[in-house]
Design a protein around this ligand. Structure first.
Ligand SMILES: Cc1cc2nc3c(=O)[nH]c(=O)nc-3n(C[C@H](O)[C@H](O)[C@H](O)COP(=O)(O)OP(=O)(O)OC[C@H]3O[C@@H](n4cnc5c(N)ncnc54)[C@H](O)[C@@H]3O)c2cc1C
Length: 425
């Protein structure tokens, strides 16, 4: 998809009318309706911005986020390759506050009281809401790999939430001697960013081919096959990284011994490596689980796809990676951004006493770098199916790269620049 088409698709996501007053339930000095957004990542930041913009600043929006800035997971694998620094993917909340009038509160939501419609902050105090938006991302279930709690287990990183672990994993790769092995383990789907682990394997191999050419990358995947862009990744591994990347499907990691840097699997023999990158299974962020919203296997939150309102608790809208996805809907930043817009438009309508758009349509484009310069993409379009009450892919829409190329590397950077501006203003 060309950059212009992508921007057009983003802009065209919501269908909006003209609204009068927004009905406020929560006590408000201004008389304005209040929305609290929990989590300033791809879903939450987008929802906060568009709630303000599409209500004509008629809704008071408070965004609660513990981190001072947003460190983007998209492009974070380039930090591991050494072609970007963590500062290049660290983004400010300033424009969201100053330009869009979002009240950004640096805190952590410790509890939600849906009966009284208030959230409690870890730092003390409560915030009332008319509608609550929850986009807490994923919790990485490290407890499912018991050895991670053993001495030295803290040196075995997932780096699946961009930030300090990204920097530490890069340091481990730099310290690894030439001729060593980097092993990445992948949990059974669904997990955050289906192509992300395979992109990471490519970018670590790209670094090795320049700095440590005798080294190896081992991909140990619990899934029966590559979960996204399989043919394209396999082609790159067989050509550009021939002899350097080895892919093994159906390797379900169940434990690790930090003392010997050994991985243990459900079926196969143990494997030792010099740098271990263990991605444990995942579920919706802890606040969603603790609030009784994770209705699918206790892991993911089921929502009404017209509004993203939880099926379990009224007036709470859950977005992004935390939701139980519709078929072929990836857990991606692009998708979380689209959720944020559909939810914002629906909440603006609902608070004005109007029905939400009955036919939401959204798209997804996932770029993956296969080297520091070249990238591939997969794109899809999803529409609401009223009979099935879920999102379905639109046949014939979307697309897939023919092969890795440098032009798409420039598109991938442009995608990131565009979506960061879109989310954060
Ligand atoms: C290595 C990697 C590469 C990726 N590459 C891509 C890519 O190229 N394209 C793409 O589209 N996607 C990509 N993704 C996926 C993308 O990062 C996620 O899908 C996206 O971040 C999901 O958005 P979210 O809002 O659900 O969660 P997040 O963006 O993780 O945001 C969640 C936020 O909630 C906050 N939070 C959690 N609990 C609380 C609480 N109790 N109180 C207050 N705040 C709270 C957290 O601090 C966090 O800031 C990648 C992911 C990884 C790991």
């Amino acid at each position: 998809m060309q950059r212009r088409e992508f921007l057009g698709a983003l802009a065209g996501t919501a269908v909006l009318g003209t609204f009068g007053a927004f009905r406020a339930h929560a006590a408000s000095a201004t008389g304005k309706a209040k929305v609290v957004v929990v989590g300033g990542g791809y879903g939450g930041a987008t929802a906060a911005r568009y709630l303000r913009e599409w209500s004509g600043q008629g809704i008071e929006v408070t965004l609660v986020e513990p981190n001072a800035s947003l460190v983007s997971c998209p492009l974070s694998n380039l930090v591991l390759a050494g072609s970007k620094r963590i500062g290049d993917i660290t983004l400010s909340y300033e424009a969201l506050a100053k330009r869009h009038g979002v009240n950004v509160v640096r805190d952590h939501v410790s509890a939600i009281d849906p009966a009284r419609r208030v959230v409690r902050l870890a730092g003390g105090g409560t915030l009332p809401y008319d509608r609550l938006v929850l986009s807490p991302g994923v919790d990485v279930l490290s407890g499912e790999i018991p050895g991670l709690a053993q001495p030295g287990g803290d040196q075995i990183l997932h780096a699946w939430k961009a930030g300090p672990q990204t920097v530490d994993l890069r340091r481990q790769l730099e310290a690894m001697p030439d001729g060593g092995t980097f092993a990445i383990t992948i949990p059974l789907a669904p997990y955050r960013c289906p192509p992300g682990p395979y992109e990471r394997a490519c970018l670590v191999a790209d670094y090795f081919s320049r700095a440590k050419p005798r080294s190896k990358v081992l991909i140990l995947d619990a899934n029966p096959d590559v979960t996204s862009k399989g043919a394209l990744f396999k082609q790159v591994w067989a050509t550009r990284y021939k002899g350097m990347i080895e892919y093994r499907p159906q390797y379900n990691t169940i434990d690790v011994d930090p003392a010997t840097r050994t991985l243990k699997f459900e079926v196969q023999d143990d494997e030792r490596a010099d740098v271990l990158n263990v991605l444990p299974p995942q579920r919706a962020g802890a606040i969603a689980v603790a609030s009784g919203l994770a209705t699918a296997n206790g892991r993911w939150c089921e929502v009404d796809f017209l509004t993203f309102e939880s099926i379990a608790v009224p007036n709470i809208h859950v977005l992004g990676d935390a939701i139980q996805i519709a078929p072929l809907m990836p857990k991606s930043g692009h998708m979380a951004n689209q959720h944020g817009k559909v939810a914002a438009a629906a909440i603006v309508s609902l608070l004005a006493g109007q029905a939400p758009n009955p036919e939401p349509l959204y798209n997804n484009t996932c770029y993956s770098f296969t080297s520091a310069r070249e990238a591939i993409h997969i794109a899809s379009v999803h529409r609401y199916d009223a009979a099935q009450k879920t999102m379905v892919t639109v046949p014939g829409a979307g697309g897939l790269s023919a092969a890795p190329n440098a032009l798409e590397g420039t598109y991938a950077q442009a995608w990131a620049d565009a979506i960061w501006t879109d989310m954060l203003g």
